[in-house]
Design a protein around this ligand. Structure first.
Ligand SMILES: [Zn+2]
Length: 340
């Protein structure tokens, strides 16, 4: 009686996650730090993370309706004649239609509960590791790739849920060979709840890009486009990426947004790196303005970067073509190898 091993289930689920991320590439949206965006309406909902345990495969003679996408995969890949599927799942009250799939994936990425105690050098390579959960229980994960001890890059594809084109850059970096001397830490999204709704904020209506602990300030109230939350790093999504940054101490931190199509200029080493990135991608160096910039990821990134490290925001345009993705990947690797 063949039974899918847990490892196989994880592999399948990670593939699902990759496909899902790919689907979102075309879903570029308006709304940026310089232009107010529509906020979510309706009640804030929460749910405990679902757990799914498939102990055996679906019988060919007895139909068991799959309740999760993992079960679906199991049933279609099995020719077994055995009997039962055991599924335990906390009922979600979220209004998002993609919750079932996402929470299934959530249970499939291996968690690393004692992350903070682990030296970044001993962190697993080429494995998707959960570093935290969103308000609604969706996973936030990192993949470490490349040359341990090389120039250390942390790239975050999505912070504002309706500005998620950067996830395509992360997916490409996660699939192509990494040049010698570069170590990648890749985070597709720290705002999977906002992404599911295509909203800027997380499920608590907090603008995560005003919730970082460095120079945090009270800003707005629930429903405001820049609502900063109840305190520094009050949100689980912020806490997850802050813990990762604290442990990894990257040389280069890249934070992707849309759709102002620019990189803010700077001086010194950071200015030179931004200029190089802009040169390769065709983005102009123009100041980002129009918002109140307290508790931003960009400000925080420079506090956790290595001694020589830098971090900055890349504002992509409305759309991101495959050629654009290629250029951004080239820019990431060029800055990493030339500056560190
Ligand atoms: Zn943004």
């Amino acid at each position: 009686m063949p039974t899918l091993a847990v490892r196989d289930m994880r592999t399948l689920a990670v593939v699902v996650a990759g496909v899902m991320a790919g689907v979102t590439v075309a879903a570029c949206s308006s709304g940026s730090d310089a232009s107010p965006s529509t906020t979510a309406s309706g009640a804030v909902t929460t749910s405990a993370p679902a757990t799914t345990t498939t102990t055996t495969t679906i019988s060919t003679s007895t139909t068991v309706a799959p309740t999760t996408s993992t079960s679906t995969i199991t049933s279609t890949t099995s020719t077994s004649t055995s009997t039962s599927t055991s599924t335990s799942s906390t009922t979600s009250t979220t209004t998002s239609s993609s919750t079932t799939t996402s929470t299934t994936v959530a249970g499939s990425i291996p968690p690393l509960p004692e992350f903070a105690a682990i030296d970044a050098l001993s962190f697993p390579v080429d494995t998707e590791i959960e570093i935290g959960r969103s308000v609604e229980g969706r996973p936030i994960s990192v993949i470490r790739r490349g040359d341990p001890g090389g120039a250390r890059v942390l790239a975050v594809g999505t912070i504002h849920g309706n500005e998620d084109a950067g996830t395509a850059i992360i997916d490409r970096l996660a699939s192509e060979p990494v040049p010698a001397g570069v170590e990648l830490w890749l985070v597709r999204s720290i705002n999977p709840d906002g992404q599911a709704r295509q909203d800027r904020q997380n499920a608590n209506l907090v603008d995560l890009n005003r919730n970082f602990p460095h120079k945090w300030g009270y800003l707005g109230v629930e429903g405001d486009w820049q609502y900063a939350g109840t305190g520094p790093a009050s949100e689980p999504e912020t806490q997850a990426i802050v813990a990762l940054g604290d442990s990894v101490r990257p040389d280069l931190i890249l934070l992707y947004h849309q759709d102002l199509f620019r990189i803010s200029p700077s001086s010194g080493r950071s200015g030179d790196a931004r200029h190089r990135y802009a040169e390769i991608t065709g983005l102009p160096l123009i100041e980002v303005s129009g918002g109140t910039y307290t508790g931003t990821a960009s400000q925080w990134s420079n506090t956790v970067a290595s001694e020589v490290g830098i971090g900055f925001t890349v504002e992509l345009g409305e759309t991101l073509t495959e050629t654009d993705v290629t250029n951004h990947v080239a820019a990431v690797l060029a800055v990493a190898t030339e500056f560190f």
